[in-house]
Design a protein around this ligand. Structure first.
Ligand code: CMX
Length: 418
């Protein structure tokens, strides 16, 4: 099938049958014991949700439908020869479990562009907020304005059969995914630029268009945006944004409501669970790196100076941002692929060199503390420096990029969990 809907129309009834059979055949099988630590730790280490799109192994990191990030980079279609996987391809993979052809991905790009028109009142709703409102508040508000277009809500009110819930849900997911870049880009332009909307370019794919609408047209940035959205799309069900969307969608709240709730979770650094920290991680990392540069007056810092700074941060009672993880016990593959991107495209950037040096200096010091379960870098240790290199320097906005990406991972949960 060239279009995703036709593909899902075949797959979803089979999937629904499979889930029913698993329930019937294995419904009473135990999946583990619940410990006090698990409960206090916010379900950490507990198998608690059916999560189709991705899984996170402590040693290996994320797999999207069984595929590692290097697998995705090798096998998913790219927009340019040798380039990064396209977000459209990860969406197809997340929803169907199949690797799409370039033709299927191009058709999905076209479909998303055709759905991308944002009603003017969504921008006006954002305009009602002070420009000083946090970018995530403005973004979530824009998403709630889009909710008025929910197809699921209309279909439910008109009495649609339960077995067909997935169809208007799918419509909502596709419209939502198609429209969030324009809303998110507007938030950026409104806060940091001239407030003028840069229209979608019909010749560009999803990731490239988001970068273009933000105002960044460097081909390398376009490709980084494709990679960024792909690797941030999902991270199993234990992280706050994915988990929240799943929870909010369960009483049949439509995908807009579920996604807006997820964004509100994404915006909150104070709930205390590891995955909630993901969302402030990038921001803190770049600030921390900038604070190192400010202290020494240059990004060219010796290993000893850097060690001293890491100890100084720890001694002041702070964590080293970008290091450690609630689940992972090795270097995050999302860090590694961004490092490889940097090595290919910006090997001499002084902040990248500083990030590389930190990777040598920080783990032994964290190991020395004797309590840190994972001394290795996570996804957030890298993304900020790459965005900064391409000119997207406003750290407060970074969580919005993460939010746009997360709309992808939510789609399989809400379409297939019904
Ligand atoms: N720097 C200093 N100390 C750290 C640390 C770090 N990077 N990572 C963990 N520790 C400390 C913890 O604070 C904890 O100390 P206390 O017992 O004194 O409270 C101890 O080591 C044990 O923690 P843990 O079990 O290894 O880690 P948690 O699961 O509790 O927390 C996380 C995970 C991510 C919150 C933590 O590693 C951290 O704060 N890292 C820095 C912030 C960061 O990079 N966040 C982004 C995470 C990205 C992601 O999840 O993908």
């Amino acid at each position: 099938n060239l279009d995703l809907y036709s593909e899902l129309k075949e797959l979803i009834p089979e999937y629904q049958e499979r889930v029913k059979k698993v329930k019937k055949d294995y419904g009473t099988v135990q999946l583990g014991n619940t410990t006090v630590d698990m409960v206090i730790g916010g379900m950490r280490g507990m198998t608690a949700l059916l999560w189709l799109g991705s899984s996170v192994d402590p040693d290996e990191g994320i797999r999207f439908r069984g595929m590692t990030i290097p697998d995705c980079q090798k096998k998913l279609p790219a927009a340019i020869p040798g380039g990064e996987p396209m977000p459209e391809a990860i969406l197809w993979l997340l929803l169907t479990g199949k690797i799409p052809s370039k033709q299927q991905v191009d058709s999905l790009s076209q479909e998303l562009r055709s759905r991308a028109t944002v009603p003017d009142y969504a921008f006006k709703t954002i305009d009602a907020l002070p420009v000083s409102a946090h970018p995530m508040t403005q973004f979530a508000t824009g998403v709630m304005a889009l909710q008025t277009q929910s197809e699921f809500q209309k279909a439910y009110e008109s009495g649609i059969s339960k077995s067909r819930y997935w169809e208007p849900t799918y419509e909502d997911c596709m419209n939502l995914i198609a429209r969030v870049p324009a809303v998110a880009a507007y938030v950026y332009r409104r806060i940091y630029k001239d407030g003028k909307i840069i229209p979608l370019d019909d010749s560009l794919d999803y990731g490239a268009n988001y970068s273009h609408m933000l105002g960044f047209d460097d081909p390398k940035m376009l490709d980084f945006m494709r990679l960024y959205i792909t690797i941030h799309s999902d991270h199993e069900g234990g992280n706050v944004s994915s988990h929240t969307a799943h929870l909010v969608a369960s009483p049949l709240s439509d995908p807009y409501l579920a996604f807006a709730a997820a964004l509100n979770g994404l915006a909150g650094p104070l709930h205390g669970l590891a995955n909630q920290v993901i969302n402030v991680g990038t921001l803190e990392v770049l600030r921390w790196i900038r604070s190192i540069v400010a202290e020494f007056g240059t990004p060219h810092i010796s290993t000893d100076q850097l060690k001293d700074y890491v100890y100084k941060t720890l001694n002041s009672g702070q964590v080293i941002p970008g290091y450690g993880h609630g689940v992972l016990r090795k270097t995050d593959p999302r860090y590694t692929c961004q490092r490889e991107f940097a090595l290919k495209h910006l090997p001499d950037d002084p902040l990248f060199l500083l990030v590389s040096k930190l990777k040598e200096v920080v783990p032994p010091i964290l190991t020395e503390l004797g309590k840190v379960k994972n001394p290795w870098p996570n996804v957030d240790a890298h993304s900020g420096v790459l965005l900064n290199y391409f000119g997207l320097t406003e750290e407060n906005y970074f969580t919005v990029l993460f939010g746009v990406s997360r709309s992808f991972g939510i789609a399989p949960q809400v379409c297939l969990a019904l």
